[in-house]
Design a protein around this ligand. Structure first.
Ligand SMILES: *Cc1c(COP(=O)(O)O)cnc(C)c1O
Length: 385
């Protein structure tokens, strides 16, 4: 199968999926696959998760969409739940990671204007970062491969610095800086966790220059790294956090959370037609509820450590590094990662590559050890060849 009708920029594999249950996917031929991809860190509760299905079905019967001229009961309820759980003061709901980051960029520019006048508008991002595919978020993305001339001109007012490098902090920030924007673990760039001490130093330096700190937690957020937000582990108290991917367990949704100096949005500053619709909010409420259950987040850390230790213990020469946080794991290999990905897919395990040479594992957060072992055994077999 395959189709020329749907814009396909993702390099197509000859597999067509039909259904899923838990951390196992089934294709149209009935073949089963262990899911270490979770729709790119989206299906955090796996497939066909009963409480989510039930809530979404019952919400669909009540109300799917109202628009932001009005509030919805579930929208208000979920906003409260999310703000309570994360310690933020306000939230903008959108539909994707890029849209959440666009909101954060607009927010940062407004903050800059209010606090430092017209000159304070630069947003500093990190090399290897990924922030989305819209014009501003592409520009924010610190990887040259995302900036071909085809799409020029890009957006003004962005600058990148090297992560985990103290030298890069020297003249990174001044009175023209509105915000420092960074991922706590760089996902698409190759699963590079930020060094805690460096992240703190970077946040301190940015704030000393009068800027705010934005954490792009579109991939790391909502339990992926073993805490609700990954920024909790860095101890940097960002003024703004952006979320999407896993927030509503597969229903498209994004959020831009703000507090303190980042609390500058006024009514009318930013909007989105679908943003925060009742169906998405109901799904997101179920996801949040699951994540906050006793022991859930610690089990994410435990499973992540188990995977990292298992892979390290293989002692395979083609494995150059194993890193990550929680269930966001990168295996850096000396083999062609796309070949490994393809062979693994044939043998029944699904994951993606990131950066230049990294296998990225982001399974559902509620995956069982049995599936973990099965999937890892296939990866080992392929890497041993
Ligand atoms: C996936 C991702 C985005 C973009 O999200 P979309 O929903 O595809 O727009 C932005 N930032 C990070 C860190 C991501 O992983």
């Amino acid at each position: 199968m395959g189709s020329k009708k749907v814009l396909n920029n993702y390099g197509s594999f000859d597999v067509v999926f039909k259904s899923g249950k838990g951390s196992v996917l089934t294709d149209i031929n009935g073949k089963k696959y262990i899911d270490f991809l979770a729709g790119i860190a989206v299906n955090s509760l796996g497939h066909n998760f009963k409480p989510l299905i039930k809530a979404v079905s019952s919400q669909a019967k009540k109300q799917i969409h109202v628009c932001n001229y009005f509030l919805s009961d579930i929208g208000v309820k979920y906003a409260d739940e999310l703000l309570n759980a994360t310690g933020f003061e306000g939230v903008f709901f959108g539909n994707s990671g890029a849209e959440s980051n666009e909101a954060a960029i607009k927010l940062a520019r407004k903050f800059g204007q209010l606090s430092g006048g017209a000159k304070r508008k630069t947003i500093v991002t990190l090399e290897h970062s990924f922030h989305g595919r819209t014009m501003a978020t592409l520009t924010a993305t610190g990887q040259d491969v995302f900036h071909p001339e085809t799409f020029a001109p890009y957006v003004e007012g962005f600058k990148t610095i090297k992560p985990n490098d103290y030298g890069s902090l020297k003249d990174a920030f001044d009175d023209t800086t509105a915000a420092l924007m960074m991922e706590c673990v760089q996902g698409e760039g190759g699963v590079f966790p930020l060094d805690k001490e460096w992240a703190k130093a970077a946040a301190d330096a940015a704030r000393k220059a009068g800027a705010i700190v934005i954490c792009d937690e579109v991939q790391t957020g909502m339990g992926r790294t073993g805490t609700l937000l990954a920024s909790e582990q860095l101890g940097i108290n960002p003024e703004v956090v952006t979320l999407a991917k896993a927030i509503a367990g597969g229903i498209p949704m994004g959020a831009c959370l703000y507090r303190g100096k980042g609390n500058v949005f006024a009514a009318g500053d930013h909007q989105s037609t679908f943003g925060g619709n009742p169906l998405a909010c109901r799904a997101a409420s179920v996801v949040l509820h699951e994540l906050l259950k006793n022991g859930f987040l610690s089990s994410v850390s435990e499973k992540g450590e188990y995977i990292q230790n298992t892979v390290k213990n293989w002692n395979l020469p083609c494995i150059e590094d194993v890193r990550g946080k929680g269930l966001m794991i990168g295996i850096q290999v000396s083999k062609n990662p796309v070949e490994v990905e393809k062979l693994c897919l044939e043998k029944g395990v699904l994951f993606s590559t990131a950066g230049k040479n990294v296998l990225r594992l982001v399974p559902p957060l509620n995956i069982g050890y049995k599936e973990i072992d099965k999937g890892l055994a296939i990866i080992k077999e392929v890497l041993e060849k």
